[in-house]
Every structure is written in structure tokens, then in C-alpha cells.
Design a protein around this ligand. Structure first.
Ligand code: HEM
Length: 520
């Protein structure tokens, strides 16, 4: 049935309490029974320049466009063609589509730009991921970011189905993807680090970094030892349920007295008399997803100079977890993990006894690279939100963007976002071309420096955005919701995977080691 249409004159007759219509973006809303529950109060809706009028400009300067989707039920018709022709239409973001806002997408997604890195299969995957996250994740993520709830099991399992394989794709290229057909009709065998970058960045584009930490972040860092070092029977027993989203794993390295200093680890194990089990006692701290994990990929001291990595399975009698409250995420299930004489079969050792450090170090580059992909996308999202706001919001008679001091901040944001992404793509390309050994030798320094740079940029972009948003940038929910989330959570990226200062130093030390002797 065609929508009813109304002239501005007809609409203007409904301008009082109990009989109130307004127009937003060409749609006519009947707010007669909404005034009393309007979060902004009844008064603003009944004002003479709003009631019975086209209130689009006032609406968009105070609400996110998602409010319109939520209140679709209040629409009773559309402006007629005469009135519609003279009213300003606002471009609303469409689920699954690219943003038309300049610099809101990395340049490889800008229609007129070319990229040497991204091929048709990356673009097909990007399209499928954008649609999936917009349609299935965005609403839940933004709601739960506020409530602190964990992602629903239904969603986690949907992501793990053979149709989507998202958990498996987040583990990067490898044998675990072979034989699978991935979204966008990408073959598992052709999946490379640029496909993985697409997955990570499309996921982060939704916002809600705290919620996202609850969405298998532990798996991304805890599962690689299984993929790279597990004997086949252990791999077969553990992998399918985790990649299907039915079981959870986390990485258990840090301890109260040994943050990221693995040499200081005191959780220890002795071999049982029959040689079949390690008996583990000790505690771990800051274990992302630990509170709800079924498996803990744990670094354990098996001798004064011997560090060993082993998979510990949750056991009601000897493994206990206690949630830690953090500022970055109530959904992440960050926890203390206690082992009290926990029996671990010797088959659960990864990479051999005493090789723990090698196993831990083997994933550092990849872990940092994933964090870099995240920061680059979250920062861009914060920029996009702020950029849109600066074009809508009027203060003292002019838009925020009409102030040179505001434009200067945007110049700094754009330069940081695009240079960080370009550097990241350049390193990603090296990853697709280097062997694992070459990556370890050549990329540890540059990857650390890229993380240092992106994390510092993220912090600066967040700060500039909050200054532009004012109170809304530190208010949960409403227009500035994504800005508030990021300013509360960006420190996670400055610390996780190596603090900024440590990583800058690592990059410099690595380069210094390669200096030829006696260069003038
Ligand atoms: C379709 C019509 C409207 C709907 C469904 C609606 C809904 C909402 C909602 C859900 C909020 C909470 C904040 C948020 O989630 O963004 C809000 C806040 C507010 N609304 Fe509306 N609104 C409508 C029209 C208007 C209009 C025409 C005005 C006129 C100025 C207005 C003024 C406000 C104000 C002042 C706030 C508080 C904003 C803040 O605290 O920053 N609303 N509205």
C-alpha cells in the first residue's frame, strides 16, 4: 500500500499536546502519545518552531539516526511531493553500505581510489562482513556496551557456523580454513592477512570496544598455540568446538607480580610420580575472557629455568576464576584464575617442555598486528562520528566545522588515521610475502613501532574528539555514545600487547642491532 502523503498545511494543524505531528527527513511522525515519554522532554516537541513543522534540522542536531529506526512505528505518512521538493534531505547511513562521508572508509574502499593490495576476493569478503556486522551485531553491541552484558551465545554460535566461519577467519590464514568456503565465496585456501584485516576492521567498525573484548578476544590470543604446536589428537579434540563458538579459551600468562614480564612467572608444576600429569598450582591475573573460559592456555614454571606452555581445562574442584572490574570492559570477563593442584595430562603441553617462551613469542607479532588493525578502525570511526557532528551542530550561529580551530583538529585526525592505516597495510603486505622466520626477524621492530604510533594516535584522536563534542563526549548513550566509549577504553590499546614506551624502545633496539659497524 502506498504511504499516505500530507501537505505542510495539513501537518501544521496538529501542533498541540495530544495532537502532535512533526516531520523528520520527509517522514511524518505522530508524536501525540510520545511527548510524555520523550527522553528530551515534552516542552521541546511542543515549541512553536517544532510542533506541526518540518523539524529535521533540530532533530539531527540532537539525535543519532538510529533513533529513527527505533521509532519507525510512529510514522504515519510522508510529505507530499511539493513540500518534499523544498525540504532538505539528510543522508542516513544504510546497513551494509559504504559510508559516503570523506575519510570515513580506508582509501582502498573509496570508489575512485586504487590499491595494490586488495583484490576482488577481499572486496567480496568486506561486503559480506559489513552486512553481517551491521545486521546481526551492531544493535546488540551498542546496547550491551552500556549494560555490560556479554555477547549472546546465539550470536557467538551464529558467527561459528559453516555459513560464516568468523571465529576461524579471526585466527588468520592456515590449515584450519582449508576446505571451507568463506563469506563472499572466498576459498579457505586463498584467505590471506588482508582478508583477516578486513574481518577485524569490519568488526571494529561497529564500535563498542568493551563488548568486542567479550567476543572471543581470548580466543584470538589463546588459540594460536593449539593451531601451531598441538599434536593432532589434541587439536582435533579442542579446535572444532572453539571455532564453532561452543567453547571458550583464554591466554593465561600474566600474574600479579609478573605483569607482562614472563621471566617472573611463579605458577608452577611438578610431574606426577607416574609421569602422566603435571600438577599445577598458582594464580593468573588480567585474563581476558577468563571468567567464562573452558580452557586456559597457561604459562607454567616446570623448573627453575624452565617455562612451559600447557592447555589447562576447567575443572570445578581445582580451577577457580574471579571477575576483575576494569574500566575498559565489563563484558570481557577479565579474571583472576586460580589453580590448586590441577592435574594436566602431559599430552596438553604445547611446543615441548621448557619451550614456553618460544611458544609465547611466536604469536607476539600477529597479536600486535591484530591490535593495530583494531586501533586504526576505531580511530577512524571516532573521526567519522565527530566529523558528521561538526557539520550538523550549530553553536553561536555557525556550524562547528566553520571554526578554524575545529578544522585544525580534523586535519590532525585525518593525517594520523590515513598514515597509520597506510603503514599497517604496508606491513600486512610484508606478512603475505615473508616466511614465518622472515616475519620474526624482519617485522618485530616495525610492528612494535606501528603499534606504538597507532595507539598514541588513537589516544590523541580520542582526546581531540572529546574536546569537539564537549559534555556529550563523556556521556554514556545518545549522540556522543561512541566517543564516550572510546575515551573510556583506548588505554586498553596503549597497554595490551606491550606498553607504548616498551614497543617504541623495542623498535629502536631492533633497528640499532642491524646498524652496520662504523658507518660514517
Ligand atoms: C521522531 C521524533 C523524535 C524521537 C523519536 C525522539 C527521540 C529521542 C530519544 C530516544 C532521545 C534520547 C537520546 C538519544 O537516544 O539520542 C531524545 C533526546 C532528545 N530529544 Fe528527541 N526525539 C524526537 C524529536 C525531537 C525533536 C523534534 C526535538 C526538538 C528539538 C527533540 C529534542 C530532544 C532533546 C533536547 C533531547 C535530549 C538530548 C540530549 O540530552 O543531548 N527531539 N529524543
Amino acid at each position: 500500500m502506498a504511504a499516505r502523503t500530507f501537505s505542510l498545511e495539513q501537518i501544521s494543524e496538529h501542533n498541540k499536546e495530544g495532537d502532535l505531528w512533526i516531520v523528520v527527513n520527509g517522514d511524518v511522525y505522530d508524536l501525540s502519545r510520545f511527548t510524555d515519554i520523550h527522553p528530551g522532554g515534552a516542552g521541546v516537541l511542543l515549541a512553536s518552531d517544532i510542533a506541526g513543522k518540518d523539524a529535521s534540522e533540530a532533530f539531527f542536531s540532537l539525535h543519532r539516526s538510529s533513533v529513527l529506526a527505533k521509532y519507525k512505528r510512529l510514522i504515519i505518512g510522508k510529505l507530499d511531493s511539493d513540500a518534499s521538493a523544498s525540504s532538505t534531505k539528510y543522508v542516513l547511513p544504510l546497513d551494509g553500505e559504504l559510508s559516503p562521508v570523506p575519510y570515513a572508509e580506508p582509501s582502498w574502499l573509496v570508489p575512485s581510489y586504487k590499491s595494490p593490495y586488495f583484490k576482488d576476493s577481499h572486496r567480496r569478503l568486506q561486503k559480506a562482513m559489513r552486512k553481517f556486522f551491521d545486521e546481526n551485531v551492531k544493535a546488540e553491541a551498542r546496547e550491551f556496551e552500556l549494560s555490560g552484558e556479554r555477547p549472546t551465545q546465539k550470536l557467538v554460535e551464529l558467527m561459528g557456523t559453516d555459513e560464516w566461519n568468523i571465529h576461524a577467519m579471526r585466527m588468520g590464514p592456515g590449515r584450519h580454513l582449508h576446505g571451507k568456503t568463506l563469506p563472499g565465496n572466498v576459498k579457505g585456501e586463498e584467505f590471506d592477512y588482508f582478508h583477516e584485516l578486513v574481518c577485524v576492521q569490519e568488526m571494529c567498525r561497529v564500535g563498542a570496544p568493551g563488548y568486542m573484548a567479550g567476543l572471543q578476544a581470548g580466543m584470538v590470543i589463546g588459540l594460536p598455540p593449539i593451531l601451531n604446536f598441538a599434536p593432532e589428537p589434541l587439536r582435533q579434540r579442542i579446535l572444532p568446538d572453539i571455532l564453532a563458538g561452543k567453547k571458550f579459551i583464554s591466554l593465561a600468562i600474566s600474574e600479579p607480580h609478573a605483569g607482562s614480564d614472563v621471566q617472573g612467572i611463579t605458577t608452577s608444576a611438578t610431574l606426577s610420580e607416574d609421569g602422566k600429569y603435571w600438577i599445577v598450582s598458582g594464580m593468573k591475573k588480567w585474563i581476558t575472557n577468563g571468567h567464562f573460559s573452558d580452557y586456559f592456555m597457561t604459562a607454567v614454571r616446570t623448573g627453575p629455568k624452565s617455562l612451559t606452555m600447557m592447555l589447562i581445562e576447567r575443572d570445578a574442584d581445582t580451577v577457580d576464576t574471579r571477575k576483575i572490574k576494569t574500566s575498559y570492559s565489563p563484558s570481557a570477563g577479565t579474571a583472576y584464575v586460580f589453580f590448586e593442584k590441577t592435574k594436566v595430562p602431559v599430552e596438553n603441553v604445547l611446543g615441548g617442555e621448557g619451550n614456553g617462551l618460544k611458544v609465547i613469542l611466536s604469536n607476539f607479532n600477529h597479536e600486535r598486528w591484530v591490535i593495530n588493525c583494531r586501533i586504526a578502525r576505531y580511530s577512524r570511526l571516532v573521526f567519522e562520528e565527530t566529523w558528521k557532528w561538526a557539520h550538523l551542530r550549530k553553536s553561536q550561529g555557525k556550524r562547528l566545522i566553520d571554526n578554524a580551530v575545529v578544522r585544525q583538529k580534523f586535519g590532525q585526525m585525518i593525517a594520523r588515521i590515513d598514515s597509520g592505516q597506510a603503514w599497517l597495510e604496508h606491513l600486512t603486505y610484508q606478512m603475505t610475502k615473508m616466511t614465518y622466520a622472515e616475519q620474526s626477524a624482519q617485522l618485530a621492530g616495525p610492528m612494535a613501532l606501528n603499534k606504538y604510533y597507532l595507539a598514541r594516535c588513537g589516544q590523541e584522536i580520542s582526546d581531540m574528539a572529546v574536546q569537539i563534542w564537549g559534555g556529550r563526549g563523556i556521556t554514556q548513550g545518545g549522540m556522543g555514545a561512541l566517543i564516550e566509549q572510546y575515551q573510556r577504553t583506548y588505554k586498553f590499546d596503549n597497554v595490551l600487547g606491550g606498553a607504548d614506551e616498551v614497543l617504541a624502545d623495542l623498535g629502536v633496539r631492533q633497528a640499532s642491532k642491524r646498524m652496520p659497524k662504523a658507518v660514517l
